[in-house]
Design a protein around this ligand. Structure first.
Ligand code: AMP
Length: 472
C-alpha cells in the first residue's frame, strides 16, 4: 500500500515525501479512505500509530477545493474543528496540519488556555479553515464571541477517552450544540470503553470503525519491572536507580501535581536535572521543559498522566512509575511512552505495599505478572506484596534466601543476567559500555549524574544495557 494509492492530492503527497514517509501506517490505510469518502469514523488508535496523519491528511484533501488565497476573512471560515484534551496535543496536531498542508492555501490555528487571548483572537479574525483547540479556551472564545463555528463541516475528537476522563464531555456537548447538524465526525480514542461507545453513539452518525491495535495490550519491546519499596523510600530508590542502572533520561509519573513538584525539587537537590510538567505549569514553562528534555539538558521529566498525554517523544528508553496509577489503563498509556515504533524500552514501577490493589488491577488487565527486581546496593525492607495473576514458580529453587542472592549480586564478578523478563529473549546480554541517550549526544560524553565521587555500580546486571543500544 502506498500513499498514492490512497488517492491523496499531489500537494499532500509532496508534503508526505518531504517528511520521509514511504508507507502508510495501518491506521492510515484504514482511516484515510473512509474520511475521504466523507464517512463518520470511530477509531481505536493510540498515540504513536500515526493517527494524526490518519485524520489530518484526508481532512486537508477534502478542504483543498475550498482553499483560497484571498486575504478576506470571509473567504476563510472555520471548516474543521479538532478538539484535544491537552495543550501539548493541540499544539502537536496543529503542527501536523501545518506540516502536511504546507503546499495548500489553507490556514490553521491553535487555541488553548494558559496563554494570552489577543493573539488567538487576531488569528481567528483573520480567518482560518482549521482550528485545533482544547475545550475550555474554545468556550472562552465562544463566550466572548470571538469565534464563529457555524460553518464547521468536520469535527474531530482526538483522544476522546482522555477528554472523558478529564470531565470535558459537558464542554464538548456545549461546543457541538454550536456546530451545524450536518457535518462529518471523527472520534479517535486509545481505548474503547463502554462510556466512549456511548459518547460516540450520541455524536457520530452511522460510523465506520477502525481498530489497529487491541486496547490494553502492552508493546512487546517493553521490559516491565517492579521494584517493591516502602513508600517513604521511593525518592531515595529513584535517585539510586537513576545513578546506578543508570537511567540517562526518563519520564517519571506521579499521581498528583503536588507530588510531581516535590519529586522534581528533590531530584534537583540531588543534582539530577529535572523538570515537572503538569496542568498548573504555564504553557511556556511546559513547552520549555519539553524542549530542554528533548535537547538532553533535562534528564528527568516528572509528569502527571494528564500532562504527559499526547507528548510526542519518540523512543524514550525509560518510563518510571513513581506511583502506580489508580486507573489500570493509565499504566498501559504510561509505559507506551517507551518502546515505541519497534524500539526497545524499559518501564520501571516503584511499588509500595499500599499499592498492591493497583498492581493487581494492572496485572489482571495486561494478563501478565510483572517481574520483580531487587535494587542492587539499596536496602529494601521486604514486605509481602499480594499478587494478582498466576505467579511464576518461586525463584529460591536453589535453596538460597533472597538476601543471599542479593549478596551475590553485590559481587561484581558474580553479576548475572536476571531471569526471564517479559518480552525479552533469555539470551544474556553484555554489560553496556556507557549509558546512552536517544535524544542527544550530550549523554555520551556526560559524566554520571550526581555529586562527584559517587561511582556508578558497574556490577549492575546488564538488564538494561541492551535496551539502550541504538538500532542500526
Ligand atoms: P501519532 O500517532 O499521530 O502521534 O504519530 C506518531 C509519529 O509517527 C509522528 O512523529 C509522525 O510524524 C510519525 N508518522 C506518521 N505517519 C507516518 C508514516 N506513514 N511513516 C512514518 N512515520 C509516520
Amino acid at each position: 500500500m502506498t500513499f498514492e494509492s490512497l488517492g491523496l492530492s499531489p500537494e499532500l503527497l509532496r508534503a508526505i515525501t518531504d517528511e520521509g514517509y514511504t508507507t502508510p501506517t495501518p491506521v492510515q490505510v484504514q482511516a484515510i479512505p473512509l474520511v475521504l469518502a466523507g464517512q463518520d469514523v470511530q477509531a481505536a488508535a493510540q498515540t504513536g500509530t500515526g493517527k494524526t496523519a490518519g485524520f489530518t491528511l484526508p481532512i486537508l484533501h477534502r478542504l483543498q477545493p475550498m482553499a483560497s488565497s484571498s486575504p478576506s476573512p470571509a473567504r476563510h471560515p472555520i471548516r474543521c474543528l479538532v478538539l484535544t484534551p491537552t495543550r501539548e496535543l493541540a499544539a502537536q496536531v496543529q503542527e501536523s496540519v501545518k506540516t502536511y498542508g504546507r503546499y495548500l492555501a489553507l490556514r490553521s490555528t491553535v487555541i488553548y488556555g494558559g496563554v494570552a487571548m489577543p493573539p488567538q483572537v487576531k488569528a481567528l479574525q483573520a480567518g482560518v479553515e482549521i482550528v485545533v483547540a482544547t475545550p475550555g479556551r474554545l468556550l472562552d472564545h465562544v463566550q466572548q464571541k470571538t469565534i464563529n463555528l457555524s460553518q464547521v463541516e468536520i469535527l474531530v475528537l482526538d483522544e476522546a477517552d482522555r477528554m472523558l476522563d478529564m470531565g470535558f464531555i459537558p464542554d464538548i456537548r456545549r461546543i457541538i450544540a454550536l456546530l451545524p447538524a450536518r457535518r462529518q465526525n471523527l472520534l479517535f480514542s486509545a481505548t474503547f470503553s463502554e462510556d466512549i461507545r456511548k459518547l460516540s453513539k450520541g455524536i457520530l452518525n452511522d460510523p465506520a470503525t477502525v481498530e489497529v491495535a487491541r486496547s490494553n495490550t502492552t508493546a512487546e519491546g517493553i521490559t516491565q519491572l517492579i521494584y517493591p519499596v516502602e513508600a517513604e523510600r521511593k525518592r531515595a530508590l529513584l535517585t539510586h536507580l537513576i545513578r546506578t542502572l543508570p537511567i540517562p533520561q526518563a519520564i517519571v509519573f506521579t499521581r498528583t501535581k503536588h507530588g510531581a513538584n516535590r519529586l522534581c525539587a528533590q531530584l534537583e537537590k540531588e543534582r539530577i536535572p529535572a523538570a515537572a510538567i503538569h496542568s498548573d505549569k504555564t504553557q511556556s514553562h511546559r513547552t520549555r521543559s519539553l524542549e530542554q528534555f528533548k535537547a538532553g539538558e533535562v534528564s528527568i521529566l516528572v509528569a502527571t498522566d494528564i500532562a504527559a498525554r499526547g507528548l510526542d517523544i519518540d523512543q524514550l528508553p525509560f518510563v518510571v512509575n513513581f506511583e502506580l496509577p489508580h486507573v489500570p489503563e493509565d499504566y498501559v498509556h504510561r509505559i507506551g511512552r517507551t518502546g515505541r515504533a519497534g524500539s526497545q524500552g524499559c518501564a520501571i514501577s516503584l511499588v509500595s505495599p499500599e499499592e498492591s490493589r493497583e498492581r493487581q488491577a494492572i496485572e489482571t488487565l495486561i494478563k501478565q505478572a510483572i517481574r520483580e527486581e531487587v535494587p542492587v546496593n539499596f536496602e529494601v525492607i521486604e514486605q509481602p506484596v499480594q499478587r494478582a495473576v498466576e505467579r511464576r514458580p518461586p525463584r529460591e529453587t536453589d535453596g538460597r534466601s533472597r538476601a543471599d542472592r542479593r549478596h551475590v549480586m553485590h559481587q561484581p564478578e558474580a553479576a548475572t543476567m536476571p531471569e526471564k523478563v517479559i518480552g525479552e529473549p533469555k539470551v544474556p546480554r553484555p554489560v553496556p559500555e556507557s549509558p546512552r541517550s536517544v535524544y542527544s549526544h550530550h549523554h555520551f560524553s556526560r559524566p554520571p549524574l550526581g555529586p562527584p565521587g559517587i561511582k556508578k555500580h558497574r556490577e549492575i546486571p546488564a538488564l538494561l544495557g541492551g535496551l539502550l543500544k541504538k538500532s542500526p
